[in-house]
Each structure stands twice: as structure tokens, then as C-alpha cells.
Write a protein that binds this ligand. Structure first.
Ligand code: NOJ
Length: 785
């Protein structure tokens, strides 16, 4: 068989095309690696780190591997010499819970002026959803589905924290959470892998920016690695027992997204994975994190989690725990003093290689170098920046916008909301005047008395607001009768009003760390209060402040409108007034399923079909005798004040392969009189695969703004790569030929669908699973245009 040679002009053209492709390839490589460059040091900086390590004694290297809380004498294991002596002796690498420019400047001064090698300290803190200006709790931020807003919130938090002397936040918490009994659901982005990954990336970018040495950026920390959210029975710190497939498909992707975004640090989790506590898991910390993902930052443990490997039962004593942790890949021991007290002798006794210690110290020194601390250790201790940025008015304004965007309208019968500002409002419930609860369980330096309560927010907006704080949360041993004190006055106030706005829910300390609950109903006597109010026959608007999804079927049925307000942060009351008055039209969507009752938990939208999917007519199918399978409010659900109609969805072809992406299109029209932000969601179901797939999986979404009467066409571009799952080996992204059903709609329980065939191009398979979707586009037109 003869092969025809191309002509010279064709060869030239081909060479040109090849050159162009090379350039494009180089550009794409650069773009795709841009994020991960955050932590890259110059050759000179790398050499400086090595030189410093050469000069350090073993004790000094070990010193870098400990972080202690600034008040450790009170709350944690005590250092033998007291912290100033330990800093002076070079036995501390980082301090947490210490902030303000002046306080940290003094500690830094000891480290860089009174130690032999003058190595600066890193100051860390839990800046979870704001430093002093508190934004909505992270789960609420995720309810915005607005990654740009979430990135801005993290950026503001970093600007305030860095101005207050901090270099490092222990955030983002990227644990997928599917059990609302677990109090820490408030700290993450909910149940979904895609949304969780997008939020992880946004937060890392927000905290770290593109230059860690800038004085307004701080190190981020992806935590808690890994699978902390899978704690059995939703009980904090409990055992985790999941398959490697579930670990990799559900719990790891947000961590991988954080690595891809260039996250500088990781924190281990308290729990075990496959019988090994995370702080001792070489599989997690080295095989996956370093070897598979190429993470180049440093790993800190959670608080005393190395010590806790003794009660976990994998080591007999603290010395054994320290050895297990350092060998697994831990670089820094938080508060446990296990490295502090054992590593030198472990090396001297030949149990731990000194290269392992050097490597851990190197990971930490590289981060200090990236922060620019060797150039100017006081860069973050600047009282002028502190005065300028901490609680700056523009930060509060952004917190107010984000809070309003995070409130999910769950019910709005008869257009009860929005309310005219002339409405006479009875503001009733245990949370109406609370400032402190508004900033939630993790509020860094946020101050309750700087927060806006519902009362403070509503009074200036509505002409006539009567306020009654009433009903108890039932946690403090208050008897039913006592908890109902004040009901009569509240009802009298409600009688004189046009509408009732009841502010109910949880107190801030009812969710967060160590705040699991077995009952996720509205606590205490609050439902009894709502029942009494309902009897008045006035419009009842229930506003729920809580750190988790609550089970509230009766709240739904007796309220005319229900607004999930979460913990909205410093600007809570103002944001609430914005939404209730219609100044802001709600657009948030649930990032986590709300069950009907705790008995359904864990309930998440991407469940498997099972071999016996629910069939009401057949007893022997997967269901309950006493409860529906469906949630009270589904993942992705949320209303606005305008009705948005979806047209018929279309797919660009009946079949697609690896070369050409499929496009899925749907037209929307805003039928209401308010401008509406709509979150259009795209789900898929891989009908037949070698491993069972969820009945629904979110693969993309778009947020579009629709003026009253406006129509827009939304187009999703879907590549085969986006649809892969981990094949039979549990690792390789795979997609077999066959039917894929695509679903589009405003919520995971309100979808239309179309079936398309995937036919792989011969001998090719989609290379990798991008967790994050490709760009999509929207076209605009008014009806009748
Ligand atoms: C324990 C928590 O689990 C973790 O999230 C936090 O960062 C540390 N304590 C430090 O406060």
C-alpha cells in the first residue's frame, strides 16, 4: 500500500498548524497549572530553605513541627517551659488563636529576635466565614450557588484576618455532609460533590489569592482529611466505615479540587478510615495526597488527634502515636506536643529517619517562605491596615448582600411575601432580638454586639413592628409550662398586626463542633408557639435560623411562607429585611436535602436506585411503613418571588462521542413582575454501568438573571469526560457505551429529561474526570422578539 506524501505547501501548512497547536497546548498547560503555582518558590527561595535546614539542629527542625494555642496553659497540654521560653528555644513553629497586629508582633519579635536562627512563626486561626465581619455560615454561603460571591467572602475574611496579624486560616472545611444530625454540617458546602468542589476552589482562591506573599492573603487549609462527614449516626468524632469507592467518589473530590486550586495546607480529621485514624494514615496522607495528587504544601493534624490514636487503639502510647503520624505524612502536630516530646528521641533511637523530620520541617519552612515572612516577619502586624480593614463598611455591605442571597425561600403561598413596608408586622419568637446567635457557631473575632438582630433590621424598614421574644429552645431543662411563658402577650401582639413574622430555629451553640443532635425537629416549644399563632388566621411567615437542615413538615403546613435564613452573620437583620420587603428577591437553593423526619437520614438526592426501587403498590420494595421516601425539601430547591417557566429541553444529538461535546438547551421565561436570578441545574443518570451509579448526579448549573417578562436560552456543553465514573478498579475514570439520561430543571425534584446515547470513539476513553464543568453559555431575548 503506497502512502501519498503531502505537497510542500501542505507540509508547511501542517507544520504551521502543529506549531499553533503546540502554542495552544503550552498555553492550556499554563492555564491549567496556574492555580497550583500559588505555592511555587523561586530557585533562590528553595535554596534558602535548604541552607536553613542544613543549619538547623534536629531539635530546631522538630520545633517547626508543633503548633500550640496561645492560651495553651488553660486549654491544652502545657509546654514545659511556658510559651515564651519555648519560642525562644526554637521549639514552636506556629501559634494559633492569637491575633491582633500588636499581640502577634510581640510573639513574632521573640521568634525573630531572640532565637538562634530567627525563624518566623506562622499565626493560624479558625477564620471560617469571616474574621470580624461575619458572613453567612459556609453551608448558607453554598446555598447562594454563587462561587464568585463565596470567593469574595473568603477574600474579605483574608483581608481582615491578615490585617489582624494572621497568616493562616483553618478553612475551607470541604467535608461532604449528608447527615443533618452532625452539627458540623454548617461548616461545609452540603451534600453534593460538584457543588462542594466548586465551593472548595472558590474559597481557596479567595483566601490565598494569586500571591501568598501579598499582605492581604493567607494560607488556606483544606479540612478535615478525610471523610469526617461520614461519622456514623451523625455523632461527632464517631467511627467512619465506608468503602474506598465511596471515599473516592464522594468524599475526596472537594479535597482534590482544593489541591488543584493550590491550597497550601491540609488538616487531618479525627476519624478513622478503613481502621486507621486519619492522622496515622499513610494511605491518605502520602499515597493519595502527595503521590497521586502532587500536593506540595504541609499537613497539620486536628487538635490533639495524634494523641487520640491511643484511645482509637492503633498504638499503645503517645510515642508510638508520634511515630505513626510522622511516618504517615503529618508535618505539624496541633496542640498534642507528641512531636515536641518524642521526635528527637525517636530519631536518636533509630525509629524515625532524620530525613523524614527534615522533610516535614521543609514543608513548613516553604510555606513561611511563600508568605514572605523571611523578607518581613511583621508584614501582617500593621495596625494601620487593622484599623482600615477590620469591620470595614464595604465588608459589611458585601456581607449583607451575601446573606440576603443565601436565604432560601421554601414556601410562599398566595404571594405572602414580599411585604409592603406599610405592613404592621408582629415579630415573634425566641430569636427576634438575638444578635449573638446570628453570627453562628464559628465566628472567629465576630462580635455578637456588632451583629444586626431581626428586630434591629426590620424596625427601620417596616412602619410598624411589634416585638415579642418568646418560647424556649428546650435545651436548658426548662419545663414545658415555663417555656410557654409569654405566649399570651405574643398572641396579643400578633392579633394587632397584619402579618406575623416568627423567628424560630436553633441557638448558635446547637450546631457546629461537638453539637450533634438525635432530634432535628424545631427544638423546644417553638412549634407549640407556631400552632398558637396559626389559630389567629393571619398570614404566618416563619423564618428559620439554624445551623443544619431541620425536619419541619408541620412548620411547612401551618405557615404561609417559610424562609430558611441559616446563620446569616453580622448583617443578619438587614439582609432579612431586604428579603422580606422585596428589596432583594430570594434566589438561593438548598445545598443539602431537608428530610421529613430524622428517621430518613441520611437522605441525599444522589442515592442509588437499588434492586427494588420504591413502588407504592408493592410492599416488598425499598420504602418505609410510616414515612415517604421523598424529602420535605429537595436538594437544589428554592423559590423566588417570580415564577420562571422552563420550555422543552433539547439535546444537540441523539448520540455523542468523545470528540464533540453534546449540548443541552432549555429556554426560560420570567413570568413574574420581579427581576429573578434562576439557578438552572443539569443532572445525569448513567443508565447501565459496570458499577451502579446514582439515580441522579449534578454535573453542571448556571445562574442567570431574568428581567420581568424576559426569556433566555441556557446551553450546557457536556463532554464525555464530565460523565466518567471510577471503573471496576475503583480508580480509573471510565465510561461505557450506552444510554445517558440528562435532566434539566430548577431543583433535583422538578426535572424534565431526555435520553442520549454515548458511543465512544473506537479505542479511546475519556481521559480524566474533571470535577468542575466546562464553561457554558446563555443567550438573551425578550418574548416575541
Ligand atoms: C478542632 C476542629 O475540628 C478544627 O476544625 C479546628 O480547626 C481546630 N479545632 C482548631 O481550632
Amino acid at each position: 500500500m503506497s502512502t501519498k506524501m503531502p505537497s510542500s505547501s501542505t507540509r508547511l501548512a501542517l507544520a504551521f498548524v502543529a506549531f499553533k497547536l503546540l502554542l495552544l497546548g503550552a498555553a492550556l498547560f499554563f492555564i491549567s497549572n496556574l492555580d497550583a503555582q500559588t505555592f511555587r518558590l523561586s530557585p533562590k527561595q528553595e535554596a534558602d530553605v535548604e541552607t536553613l535546614l542544613d543549619r538547623m539542629t534536629l531539635q530546631e527542625q522538630v520545633g517547626q513541627l508543633s503548633i500550640f494555642t496561645s492560651d495553651w496553659d488553660v486549654t491544652g497540654p502545657t509546654l514545659r517551659g511556658g510559651y515564651r521560653d519555648d519560642i525562644k528555644a526554637g521549639r514552636v513553629g506556629a501559634i494559633f488563636n492569637a491575633y491582633t497586629a500588636d499581640y502577634n508582633r510581640e510573639l513574632q519579635r521573640i521568634s525573630v529576635e531572640e532565637t538562634r536562627l530567627k525563624v518566623p512563626l506562622i499565626f493560624g486561626y479558625d477564620v471560617i466565614h469571616g474574621h470580624r465581619t461575619i458572613f453567612p455560615m459556609p453551608l448558607a454561603e453554598a446555598a447562594t450557588w454563587d462561587t464568585a460571591a463565596v470567593e469574595r467572602a473568603a477574600q474579605i475574611a483574608a483581608r481582615e484576618a491578615s490585617a489582624d496579624g494572621l497568616h493562616w486560616t483553618f478553612a475551607p472545611m470541604v467535608d461532604i455532609a449528608r447527615d443533618p444530625r452532625w452539627g458540623r454540617v454548617m461548616e461545609g458546602s452540603g451534600e453534593d460533590v460538584l457543588l462542594g468542589s466548586m465551593m472548595a476552589r472558590a474559597r481557596v482562591r479567595g483566601f490565598q489569592g494569586t500571591d501568598l506573599s501579598a499582605d492581604s492573603t493567607i494560607l488556606a487549609c483544606a479540612k478535615h482529611f478525610a471523610a469526617y462527614g461520614a461519622a456514623q449516626a451523625g455523632r461527632d468524632y464517631n467511627t467512619v466505615d465506608i468503602s474506598d469507592r465511596v471515599l473516592r467518589e464522594t468524599y475526596l473530590p472537594p479535597f482534590k479540587a482544593a489541591v488543584d486550586a493550590g491550597v497550601a495546607t491540609f488538616m487531618t480529621s479525627f476519624n478513622e478510615v478503613d481502621g486507621v485514624p486519619a492522622s496515622g494514615s499513610r494511605y491518605l496522607l502520602t499515597d493519595i495526597l502527595r503521590d497521586e495528587w502532587g500536593f506540595g504544601g504541609f499537613v497539620v493534624t486536628d487538635y490533639t488527634s495524634i494523641n487520640e490514636m491511643v484511645p482509637h487503639g492503633v498504638v499503645a502510647d503517645i510515642r508510638g502515636a508520634a511515630e505513626l503520624a510522622i511516618e504517615a505524612g503529618v508535618d505539624m502536630d496541633m496542640q498534642g506536643a507528641t512531636f515536641h516530646e518524642n521526635l528527637v528521641s525517636l530519631v536518636e533511637d533509630g525509629e524515625v529517619d532524620k530525613a523524614t523530620v527534615r522533610n516535614a520541617a521543609k514543608n513548613i519552612l516553604r510555606a513561611k517562605m511563600a508568605l514572605g515572612l523571611f523578607d518581613d516577619p511583621y508584614r501582617y502586624s500593621d495596625t494601620a491596615r487593622q484599623r482600615r480593614y477590620v469591620l470595614a463598611p464595604e465588608h459589611r455591605a458585601e456581607a449583607r448582600r451575601t446573606a440576603a442571597k443565601s436565604m432560601v425561600l421554601l414556601k410562599n403561598d398566595n404571594a405572602t411575601l414580599p411585604l409592603a413596608t406599610s405592613t404592621r408586622v408582629a415579630l415573634i419568637g425566641p430569636l427576634v432580638s438575638s444578635q449573638h446567635d446570628m453570627i453562628g457557631a464559628w465566628h472567629a473575632d465576630g462580635k455578637g454586639d456588632e451583629a444586626i438582630s431581626p428586630e434591629m433590621g426590620l424596625k427601620p424598614v417596616f412602619a410598624n413592628v411589634s416585638v415579642r421574644t418568646v418560647a424556649d429552645f428546650g435545651l436548658d431543662g426548662v419545663a414545658k409550662g415555663e417555656a410557654r411563658v409569654g405566649f399570651a402577650e405574643a398572641i396579643a401582639a400578633a392579633r394587632a398586626a397584619d402579618v406575623i413574622v416568627a423567628c424560630v430555629g436553633e441557638k448558635a451553640d446547637m450546631s457546629g463542633e461537638a453539637a450533634s443532635r438525635t432530634n432535628i425537629d424545631l427544638p423546644g416549644e417553638q412549634l407549640a408557639l407556631l400552632r398558637e399563632l396559626k389559630k389567629l388566621g393571619k398570614p404566618l411567615i416563619t423564618v428559620v435560623f439554624a445551623g443544619r437542615p431541620l425536619a419541619m413538615p408541620e412548620v411547612d403546613s401551618i405557615s404561609d411562607a417559610v424562609l430558611m435564613a441559616w446563620w446569616p452573620g453580622t448583617e443578619a437583620g438587614n439582609a432579612l429585611a431586604d428579603v422580606l420587603s422585596g428589596k432583594v428577591n430570594p434566589s438561593a437553593r438548598l445545598p443539602m436535602t431537608f428530610p421529613r423526619s430524622v428517621g430518613q437520614v441520611p437522605l441525599h438526592y444522589d442515592q442509588k436506585n437499588t434492586g427494588r426501587p420504591m413502588d407504592a403498590k408493592n410492599k416488598y420494595t425499598s420504602k418505609y411503613l410510616d414515612q415517604l421516601n421523598t424529602p420535605m425539601y429537595a436538594f437544589g430547591y428554592g423559590l423566588g418571588y417570580s415564577q420562571v417557566d422552563y420550555g422543552q429541553m433539547t439535546a444537540s444529538a441523539k448520540a455523542f462521542g468523545d470528540a464533540t461535546p453534546l449540548t443541552v438547551t432549555v429556554a426560560l421565561t420570567n413570568q413574574g413582575k420581579y427581576a429573578q436570578r434562576e439557578t438552572v441545574q443539569l443532572y445525569v443518570r448513567d443508565s447501565v454501568a459496570l458499577r451502579t451509579r446514582p439515580a441522579l448526579e449534578l454535573i453542571d448549573f448556571q445562574q442567570i438573571d431574568l428581567a420581568p417578562g424576559q426569556s433566555k436560552t441556557v446551553t450546557f456543553s457536556v463532554s464525555a469526560k464530565q460523565l466518567t465514573y471510577l471503573g471496576p478498579d475503583g480508580k480509573t475514570p471510565t465510561l461505557e457505551a450506552g444510554d445517558m439520561r440528562f435532566f434539566v430543571g430548577p431543583s433535583s425534584d422538578e426535572l424534565q429529561s431526555t435520553l442520549v446515547k454515548y458511543a465512544p470513539t473506537k479505542d479511546t476513553q475519556p481521559a480524566a474526570t474533571p470535577i468542575l464543568p466546562t464553561t457554558t453559555k446563555t443567550s438573551t431575548k425578550r418574548p416575541n422578539e
